[in-house]
Design a protein around this ligand. Structure first.
Ligand code: GUN
Length: 298
């Protein structure tokens, strides 16, 4: 069984980015700069944003985090986005999701300047991704594609089953895996809450990508022997043996599935760090395009 070490692969990517940033700065260019908007006090979102900020600084980026209480109005969030859109010194912007219910995710995402949309969530960028045009790809699917590439996981001609159809992971993942590219060229099935015979379908997968947000839902009975399993889930579950009182688990029962699979990502240390590495790659791409170093976001 091969453990796909996202932590190690992401640290290699971060070193590559840091070296490129150092060169740019030596050449007299400004550091790439991304901004994050965080609304409310959701614990998981705070942890993610802190990691994004820390990793950005580690590679030499400038980072700005706009933290707002959950009581902020939609209008104020939209005004902040406009302000960042118009700031020539900021190359990338992401608004951490989910947002409080009174703020429309759709309006917020539409308000982001597509050329600064390092999450790749703006409809213009989603459209480009579907057409295979150069653009920023949503960070989690992009990080998973990078894992396939760097961990030498063959995807061409394979049966790929994705569980979960979110705009952030499952849906873009299905587009990328069915593309005529390497990695890609897989035969893709996208499963969701209305899928019948989920277990039978999952069991056909050579590559099983699980992003449904239900802790340890997938046990060994869902997995074909020899499959590659990518676990996107991150949940806190109570654990009285730990000082913190909880542990982090994925959507997959790692102990039993790792005995059946040929390759698997751990949680933590699998997909999570790759999402951040992909966000940094997207920011560097946006920066280069804005600085006229490359013509596209690719
Ligand atoms: N919430 C969970 N994942 C993500 C992500 O990739 N980007 C943003 N903006 N919010 C998220």
């Amino acid at each position: 069984m091969k453990l796909i070490d996202g932590k190690e692969i992401s640290s290699i990517i971060k070193k590559e980015i840091a070296a490129e940033v150092a060169e740019l700065i030596d050449a007299g260019k400004p550091a790439p700069h991304f901004a994050v908007i965080l609304v409310g006090d959701d614990g998981a979102s705070q942890t993610y944003v802190n990691s994004k900020e820390k990793s950005g600084k580690e590679v030499g980026f400038t980072t700005s985090v706009y933290r707002f209480p959950a009581s902020i109005t939609e209008k104020e969030v939209l005004e902040t986005i406009k302000f960042i859109n118009e700031d020539d010194e900021i190359n990338g912007l992401l608004v951490q999701l989910p947002l409080p219910e009174h703020i429309s995710e759709e309006k917020v995402i539409h308000a982001i300047d597509p050329s600064k949309d390092v999450d790749g969530f703006h409809p213009e960028n989603i459209g480009k991704m579907v057409l295979g045009e150069a653009t920023c790809i949503p960070a989690t699917p992009s990080g998973i594609m990078e894992l396939f590439k760097r961990a030498d996981i063959e995807t061409q001609g394979k049966n790929c089953v994705i569980i979960g159809r979110s705009h952030i992971v499952g849906s873009p993942m299905s587009i990328l895996m069915s593309r005529d590219s390497n990695p890609g060229n897989a035969t893709v099935t996208l499963c969701h809450s209305k899928t019948e015979n989920l277990k039978e379908i999952a069991k056909q997968a050579d590559i099983l990508i699980v992003a449904l947000g239900r802790p340890e839902f997938i046990d060994a009975s869902y997995v074909k022997k020899g499959a590659c399993v990518i676990d996107v889930g991150v949940s806190r579950v109570p654990d009285s043996t730990r000082k913190s009182g909880y542990k982090i688990v994925g959507d997959v029962k790692f102990d039993e599935v790792s005995k059946v699979a040929d390759a698997i990502t751990p949680v933590p240390g699998g997909v999570g760090p790759m999402t951040i590495a992909a966000l940094l790659q997207n920011t560097l791409r946006s920066y280069k395009r804005q600085e006229g170093i490359t013509q596209s976001c690719k």
